[in-house]
Design a protein around this ligand. Structure first.
Ligand SMILES: Cc1ncc(COP(=O)(O)O)c(C=O)c1O
Length: 478
């Protein structure tokens, strides 16, 4: 065949495929995409936090999304039960956010982040700090939750050093905490599998608070009780061991999200704040999941009435559409670092830290538009209201099902935990996850937990569908 002939033939093939897709005979669409995906395991992409070897046998590949729903490559409709990794608070394909991004691309696509900035970054910082509690009013932008974690740890070191307490270098995280995958965040994180392979490269001088879950209070719809004061260990063992004067910061998620929505017992975070205050230790809230509405409030800090010294965010700030993260710090943290340079020459940089994409104008435009949508549609309030429905549905429909050992709900999120198959931790939940997907519902499996965390626009019918499918899948894999 000539070159022209080949091109013509390819054109016909394209037209044929287009016709087939639009006429939607599923088997033909599948075979077209099967060509692309059947050899997935030999493909170029290495999927993160995914069992790559088995993925190719049953690829879960999305090609479109709108509102609460995805379309998969094989033409199926799947409801997004987890806001796509807790990101898409306002639902998919929001016109207002898309338009803001397009407009920004046509106006200022990118500008350097160092020694200069852009108008959108200033506006986004104003909007974000206006929402933040207390005097959390300075933002350093980055592009992910992992970067936010490392930024906050470095800020803590810079703060103490600036005040003449450079010996404060101990960090305290919490077992089962998740702060991303950078070396700092991984070190203060407490999910064993995430640390196992990288042990020798973890930060030194890091300790961990105990996991907060109390099996005696395994079912809760709201804040759990606890029979123990979990922070006695901090006061009586961890702090004396390191000496409080050496501790830079304690970092916790208000609710442990990635591990599987483990809510701390009543009063825990307030007491943690008091202990930090007593010893001059900075308190960092990692609100990458709890920020921007998941708890029915702007931040977890608002829900708990506790103001941290730094607050890390990402995910929902841009509705997941463009990567963005950041650390909001108290005025006093910022001032300390600036004051230390009171006598430095004007050209001296105060904090040697930042990213090429800090305050990226397109990400900032997406954030501003997202905050508008969240405000105009009162989506924090909606998350609080509809969250009650989700909590009730999960407890009513899932409690008592085979192998269910815990149900934990708060805000617009909930987890159901299953007992493990002998020697196969996580397998049962993973099978349930796959089954839910087959039935058109994307849930998240985390260890032996199945998590639901839908967008704030979810309705009662969709909640019922998600919980019903989850119930059916748990029964099937009993
Ligand atoms: C609390 C928390 N911190 C940090 C991260 C890491 O964020 P990223 O994956 O954007 O680096 C996550 C991600 O889920 C998270 O839940």
């Amino acid at each position: 065949m000539t070159v022209e002939g080949t091109a013509e033939f390819a054109g016909w093939v394209d037209q044929f495929v287009w016709l087939m897709i639009n006429l939607r005979p599923r088997n033909i669409i599948q075979s077209k995409f099967a060509m692309v995906y059947q050899n997935f395991s030999q493909g170029a992409q290495w999927l993160p936090f995914t069992p790559n070897r088995s993925f190719g046998q049953d690829p879960r590949v999305f090609v479109a999304a709108d509102g609460m729903y995805f379309t998969t490559y094989d033409g199926r409709r799947v409801i997004d039960g987890i806001s796509s990794l807790w990101c898409v608070g306002a639902g998919h394909n929001r016109r207002e956010i898309n338009e803001a991004i397009k407009h920004q691309l046509d106006t200022l696509d990118y500008s350097t982040a160092f020694n200069a900035s852009n108008d959108r970054a200033f506006e986004a910082a104003e909007r974000i700090t206006a929402l933040a509690p207390g005097d959390l009013n300075k933002v350093l932008f980055c592009s992910s939750g992992s970067e936010a974690a490392d930024t906050s740890l470095k800020m803590a070191l810079a703060y103490h050093r600036a005040r003449g307490e450079g010996h404060r270098t101990v960090f305290i995280g919490r077992e089962r905490g998740y702060h991303g995958v950078g070396f700092g965040g991984m070190s203060v994180g407490g999910i064993p599998a995430n640390r196992k392979m990288f042990g020798s490269a973890l930060l030194p001088r890091v300790d961990h608070l105990s996991f907060t879950h109390d099996p005696a209070h395994a079912y809760y719809n709201g804040e759990p009780e606890s029979d123990h004061d979990l922070l006695v260990e901090l006061e009586q063992r961890i702090l004396p061991l390191h000496d409080p004067s050496n501790v830079a910061a304690i970092i916790v998620e208000p609710v442990a999200g990635s591990a599987g929505w483990y809510v701390p017992p009543k009063g825990y975070l307030k007491r943690l704040r008091e202990i930090c205050d007593r010893h001059g230790i900075l308190l960092i809230f990692d609100e990458v999941i709890t920020g921007f509405g998941r708890m029915g409030t702007a931040f977890g800090a608002d829900f708990y009435g506790v103001v941290p010294d730094m607050l890390n965010f990402a995910k929902c700030v841009t509705n997941g559409v463009i990567p963005m993260g950041g650390v909001i710090c108290r005025q006093s943290v910022y001032d300390a670092v600036m004051d230390a340079h009171a006598n430095s020459p004007a050209h001296a940089i105060e904090l040697f830290h930042g990213y090429t994409y800090s305050g990226h104008p397109v990400a900032c435009a997406a954030a501003i538009a997202t905050l508008n949508v969240l405000r105009d549609e009162e989506l924090f309030q909606r998350a609080a209201q509809i969250g009650k429905l989700l909590g009730d549905a999960m407890h009513n429909r899932l409690k008592g099902l085979p192998h269910v050992i815990s149900i934990r709900t708060l805000g617009l999120a909930g987890a159901v935990e299953l007992s493990s198959l002998p020697g196969l931790v996580g397998k049962r939940a993973y099978d349930v996850y796959l089954e839910c997907f087959q039935q058109g519902v994307l849930v998240r499996s985390a260890g032996e937990n199945l998590v639901l965390a839908p967008a704030y626009i979810v309705n009662a019918e969709q909640i019922a569908q998600m919980v019903d499918v989850l119930a059916g899948a748990i029964r099937k894999h009993a």
